[in-house]
Design a protein around this ligand. Structure first.
Ligand SMILES: *[C@@H]1O[C@H](CO)[C@@H](O)[C@H](O)[C@H]1NC(C)=O
Ligand SMILES: *[C@@H]1O[C@H](CO)[C@@H](O)[C@H](O)[C@H]1NC(C)=O
Ligand SMILES: *[C@@H]1O[C@H](CO)[C@@H](O)[C@H](O)[C@H]1NC(C)=O
Length: 283
């Protein structure tokens, strides 16, 4: 109740980011060949440069939604990224990265989360569709309770807030939305074995329909200001705190059939010291 009142009291400051990409984002790299027009953002990579864009605002919590159509054909060596990040050495970050592949071979969806500068929490998946044939919905849902990575409304990963048990959670630093397309053939393709085929350049990744049902960053948690499209019960309702039974079913389906890598099972990498959140319930 108090939360709802607070949000309405702050209504004059509501955050309107549900408009054009052209109003809410700007190009920061490769501006010569990338473009933003209305609802559409095209990032381009050729031999001279990749490209990038970022949101003008930063957010503290929100449901950040983007429709993306990835580089088609021989995209091996290219990486398209869509992520939230704060600034500084103790930065927080929530990542979706799409590693291209040879024609007809599947993309890898690489996810990660940094809290106070610490990452190394990768999970990787294949997709159950061709992400280059059409636009698909990649949404990062980030509230005080949990972060959920959604692909076409199917949750593929959850990182819950276990701050009380000493595991850092991103809830103090505002984050901007970033998109980039770059050449990563030194690592993305089987450790650099497959090189980017520049005969297929320029490569284009298309973004469309950027929506942020988000809260404004800055100030104490109790004074967050949320957009009018953020449900008033966002902070309190069970619905926004945990996945439904059917969503848990979907998440397990993804993990059982499409998961390629999970840092939580990589005992060799961590010398047997698996990170503590791996032992906590995540969904
Ligand atoms: C979005 O951008 C296009 C092209 O710049 C413009 O014609 C349109 O009015 C804009 N729509 C909104 C809702 O701002
Ligand atoms: C490319 O596809 C092969 C399967 O043919 C897969 O093993 C490999 O992980 C994929 N590479 C990337 C970067 O997605
Ligand atoms: C994208 O997915 C999110 C999360 O499930 C959902 O809330 C949103 O309505 C979807 N958007 C579109 C355009 O389908």
């Amino acid at each position: 109740m108090w939360v709802a009142l607070l949000i309405f009291a702050l209504a004059p400051n509501i955050i309107q980011v549900d408009a054009n990409i052209s109003k809410s984002m700007h190009l920061t790299w490769g501006v010569r060949h990338a473009s933003i027009l209305g609802e559409d953002l095209h990032l381009v990579l050729d031999k001279t440069s990749g490209s990038a864009a970022q949101s003008k605002r930063s957010f503290l919590f929100g449901s950040i939604e983007m429709l993306i159509k990835l580089v088609p054909g021989n995209s091996a060596g290219t990486v398209t990224a869509y992520y939230l990040s704060s600034a500084g050495s103790q930065h927080d970050e929530i990542d979706f990265e799409f590693l291209g592949n040879s024609t007809g071979q599947p993309y890898t969806v690489h996810t990660n989360i940094y809290t106070q500068g610490k990452g190394s929490r990768e999970q990787q998946f294949f997709l159950w569709f061709d992400p280059t044939a059409d636009f698909h919905n990649y949404t990062i849902h980030w509230n005080p309770t949990a972060i959920v990575w959604y692909v076409d409304s199917v949750p593929i990963r959850v990182f819950r807030n276990h701050e009380k048990e000493g595991i850092a959670y991103p809830n103090k630093q505002g984050m901007r939305v970033y998109t980039t397309l770059w050449n990563a053939d030194d690592w993305a393709t089987r450790g650099g074995l497959v090189k980017t085929d520049w005969h297929s350049a320029p490569f284009t990744a298309r973004f469309h329909h950027f929506r942020a049902r988000a809260c404004k960053s800055g100030g104490a948690r109790s004074t967050n200001q949320c957009a009018s499209n953020v449900p008033a019960n966002w902070w309190t309702s069970r619905r926004y705190k945990q996945l439904s039974h059917s969503q848990i079913g979907q998440l397990n389906w993804v993990r059982n059939n499409y998961m390629i890598y999970d840092y939580c099972t990589d005992t060799k990498r961590f010398n047997g010291q698996i990170p503590p959140e791996c032992f906590k319930p995540q969904f």
